[in-house]
Structure formats: C-alpha cells, structure tokens
Design a protein around this ligand. Structure first.
Ligand SMILES: [Zn+2]
Length: 58
C-alpha cells in the first residue's frame, strides 16, 4: 500500500506525483515539494487538509 498525492489535485498546474509509504511521509514530501516547486511559504492546516483530501491509497 502506498500513499499517492497528485500535485494537480491539490490545485497546482503541475504533473508532480508524490508517493510514500505512510500518510505522514506523504504529507512531508508534499509540503517540501510545494515549497520548493511552487513557492509555498507556509503549509497551513488548510493546505494539509487539502492534501489529505486528495491523497489516495494504492
Ligand atoms: Zn507540484
């Protein structure tokens, strides 16, 4: 089982896909990606909620 987050589903015009083995890791990677690639300065609870809402388990 893997956690998968499609960056586009979070709202970015981006084909990035984040994969991790745990939800915690996926959130961490997604936050790092958003900061690095999209200039997101602050990962707010709203952003975390949005990421969680689009996260898939495959
Ligand atoms: Zn992205």
């Amino acid at each position: 089982m893997q956690k998968v987050i499609r960056c586009r589903d979070v709202g970015f015009d981006c084909d990035g896909v984040i994969k991790a083995n745990t939800e915690e890791e996926a959130l961490k990677l997604a936050a790092a990606h958003a900061k690095k690639e999209h200039g997101l300065t602050d990962v707010t609870p709203e952003v975390v909620a949005k990421i969680k809402s689009v996260m898939q388990t495959v």
